[in-house]
Design a protein around this ligand. Sequence first.
Ligand SMILES: Cc1cc2nc3c(=O)[nH]c(=O)nc-3n(C[C@H](O)[C@H](O)[C@H](O)COP(=O)(O)OP(=O)(O)OC[C@H]3O[C@@H](n4cnc5c(N)ncnc54)[C@H](O)[C@@H]3O)c2cc1C
Length: 437
Amino acid sequence: MPRSSTTRGTDHDIHDVLVIGSGPGGASAAYWLAEAGWDVVVVEKKRFPREKTCGDGLTPRSVRQLYDMGIGNDIERYHRYEGLRAVAFGHTLELPWPSHSTFPSHGFVVARRDLDILVAERARKAGALVLEGVQAHEPLLVDVRAESSSKHGDDQGPVCAGALITDTASGSVGEIRARYVVVADGANSRFGRALGTTRNRSWPMGMALRGYYRSSSHDDPWIESHLDIRDKSGTVVPGYGWIFPMGDGRVNVGAGLLSTSGRFKGVNTTHLLEQFIAQAPRRWGLSESSSCGEPTGGRLPMGLSVGPRVIKDALLVGDAGACINPFNGEGIAYAYESGRIAAATVADALTTGDRGALEHYEKELQAAYGTYFKMARAFVKAISNPAAMRVLLGTGMHSTAVMEWVMRIMANLLRADHTGPAEATYKMLEALVPKPS
Ligand SMILES: Cc1cc2nc3c(=O)[nH]c(=O)nc-3n(C[C@H](O)[C@H](O)[C@H](O)COP(=O)(O)OP(=O)(O)OC[C@H]3O[C@@H](n4cnc5c(N)ncnc54)[C@H](O)[C@@H]3O)c2cc1C
């Protein structure tokens, strides 16, 4: 339960939970654990405010989580948008966010430089100890058989009982011990890899690049996605280009590509973004002279392709566990949600003293996303064929009604309490996909 002391250096005090990384996944896990009264320490290798390469787009799923964490008022100061302007093959459709009983029908665009500090501060206010400029560089593995005082019972094998840490400013090293560890160190997840996680390379992965541009259309009420981006040879590639208005004089512009494309290795994302910017509608005013700086890129591990997500008593959340939606590359909402699910699971294990309760985390993830992500992976494979993509998009872009339900499926805003065309189509497709075990 809550404590006032922290474990640094050689002090071997044991926290309830150590969270590694204070992006959306880590900050959410920390908030929900601290809110429930547990003693949580978060290590974040950077100092806030810090940049994070992202499209900065918050969908209704993300907004719902931010409201639930009590930071709606802070978020509402940022640029609100009403839906998606989809552009492809000469057609443009404006698609408002669909209505839903659980999620709002609007989104926001918030630079991650601002967003992540808001959630970290929220976790702090709830009682979490957030240590900035502290990197977890190695798991602290403890053989439970050797630890007579362990609360882990008599199961065999080493468990993660904390981390070796470095203060990035002073270089001083130490360790933090905890009963449980939540790994939220993002797409590269070195900590997760050190514990033994791997990525299923036959499943899709995304690569994306983004930059900021000054634009007189910075307060456009729609985020814009171009679904027919092309490589150098003019061939449409699976992925999309985006222009997300920030409302502060800038737009966030990016291009993303899926690894299922046969041309994935050959496509240079810098060229892809340049090509997209050259083709983007002129009213955005995108050019070298309106650029705010060099674009930066990152990987998008998606569809639960990294696992195991419960390993050596540690739980992986957000990008570390590949929780990105393959349909649209959205990861912020899933990081908040998986952080919240992990927090509830760890709280259960702490309350009951039963580490076996941690296995429920994977079950909850599978229940929430298993079939949906499986379908998304199948969809991504299908659109990797340029001809199939042309047929799908060419047909869909002729009908606002069709694209509205496509958007409901792709943004995971299906209704449990209502069966419209989107829910009916989803159910039909779901029947074709074997359930995850
Ligand atoms: C170009 C691009 C555009 C994207 N656009 C969108 C979008 O518009 N909307 C959307 O929903 N998603 C988008 N995503 C995906 C989204 O950025 C991620 O899914 C999301 O950030 C995942 O959150 P996370 O907390 O898991 O990881 P991260 O946000 O990466 O946070 C990890 C944190 O851990 C810290 N850390 C790492 N290692 C350590 C360590 N060893 N010790 C201590 N701290 C550590 C990092 O500094 C970081 O703060 C985009 C991704 C990319 C690459």
